[in-house]
Design a protein around this ligand. Structure first.
Ligand code: ATP
Ligand code: MG
Ligand code: MG
Length: 370
């Protein structure tokens, strides 16, 4: 019998716990928000990250993992002294800070988007350094495109920084990519390394809308993505799973956009792809169980369910589609918020695309985009 502790009780924790159960693994989840998705499986709901009894319970697990980056450092320090925390907290410290993250990636000889740290030079110098326009991103706490603004002039840069209360930020050059792709890599403490396969991602307004596997990239791009993922996983001595987001350039070159030290929205399609899911891969890696590649076995796609403004989508329309599987997170509706996803499978990429279009029609009739 094994137990896995999970810090954070969002949808990722909920899906990790669901993937752990059939392996004979029970989960203990620590989540302060009583409305969080993992309330359905959580043992420590509404316990703060400073709650000693809850932390002690996690410390008695076989290992502890995390579903989000911003767990208080005191909680991590308490746990690391008592139980294997996987991935190690230093990975979270790097990946939750855009400057540390980009510098760590570049130190391995891997390219990132051009960027400058704002405030080190005059804004006009910073803007010129990335080509006269770019995207301001807060160094920390941003997700789903929050804490970002596209700027085309010094004036827009000033306005954007003010709107962000002059939080420590970077300015990234605008990347002219042909597509966005991502890959996840899982590595066990024994050193076994496995991959997800290359997934293609479509964003709108900085938030992921859809993913498909396999990506339409050349095979050489997919294998380079794996090698980059392997390099990072080995250099950082990963124990667990991490996901790299890339910009693919016309030349086939890959720039790392960011790294999440955990399962990722772009990997949700592995749940219904026929092999182990990314969630199972993280559980296996963290508990040092045998590892398998976790790419889907056939053409797969995913459409995110984002919060709507008008009428609720008619879920029965999704349930009627034979190639679609609905996954809802039991979260309250707020426009644009990630509330679930629909995984799609088919015998060909064309069939997947056709079903995704039907799913999109059901979800987007309520004008939840833009
Ligand atoms: P996530 O939810 O993935 O953590 P995030 O809020 O941390 O998102 P990023 O991944 O940095 O944000 O950016 C979100 C999206 O905005 C990217 O996937 C891409 O579509 C677009 N984007 C970000 N940076 C750039 C850039 N430098 N050039 C062009 N597009 C960009
Ligand atoms: Mg991010
Ligand atoms: Mg991102």
């Amino acid at each position: 019998k094994r137990t896995l502790g999970i810090l954070g009780g969002g949808q990722l924790a909920q899906m990790l716990a669901a993937a752990a159960l059939p392996l004979g693994v029970r989960c203990v989840v620590l989540e302060p928000d009583e409305a969080a998705p993992a309330r359905l499986v959580a043992r420590h709901l509404r316990a703060a990250y400073t709650n000693e009894a809850a932390l002690a319970d996690l410390a008695s697990c076989d290992a502890v993992t995390l579903e989000f980056e911003n767990v208080p450092v005191e909680a991590l320090a308490f746990l690391t002294r008592r139980v294997p925390v996987r991935p190690a907290p230093r990975l979270f410290e790097i990946s939750r800070h855009r400057v540390l993250e980009k510098n760590a990636v570049r130190a391995l000889g891997i390219e990132t988007a051009p960027f400058v740290v704002l405030g080190e030079e005059d804004d006009s110098v910073s803007l010129a350094a990335v080509g006269g326009q770019g995207i301001v991103k807060t160094a920390e706490f941003g997700y789903d495109g929050k804490g970002q603004a596209r700027v085309r002039s010094v004036e827009e840069l000033r306005v954007a920084r003010k709107a962000m209360n002059f939080a420590p930020s970077i300015l990234e050059g605008l990347v002219d990519f042909v597509r966005e792709v991502s890959v996840s890599v899982a590595r066990s403490p024994s050193g076994e390394v496995t991959f997800s396969g290359l997934v293609e991602n479509r964003h709108a307004n900085g938030i992921l809308h859809e993913s498909v596997w396999p990506a339409s990239s050349e095979a050489s791009v997919a294998s380079r993505a794996r090698e980059i993922a392997r390099t990072v996983a080995e250099a950082w001595e990963l124990e667990g799973l991490l996901t790299l987001e890339f910009f693919e350039l016309r030349s086939g070159e890959l720039l790392v956009n960011e790294i999440a030290p955990r399962v990722h929205n772009s990997g949700h399609l592995t749940q219904d792809g026929g092999g182990p899911s990314q969630f199972e891969a993280q559980v296996r890696a963290v508990l040092d169980l045998p590892m398998l590649d976790f790419a889907p076995r056939g053409p797969s796609g995913m459409v995110n369910v984002l919060g709507w403004e008008g009428a609720e989508p008619d879920w029965s329309e999704i349930l009627r589609l034979s190639g679609a599987r609905l996954h809802l997170y039991h979260k309250e509706n707020r426009p644009g918020r990630k509330l679930g996803h629909v995984n799609v499978t088919g015998s060909t990429p064309q069939e997947v695309a056709a079903t995704m279009a039907r799913v999109r029609n059901v979800l987007y009739t309520s004008a939840n985009v833009e």
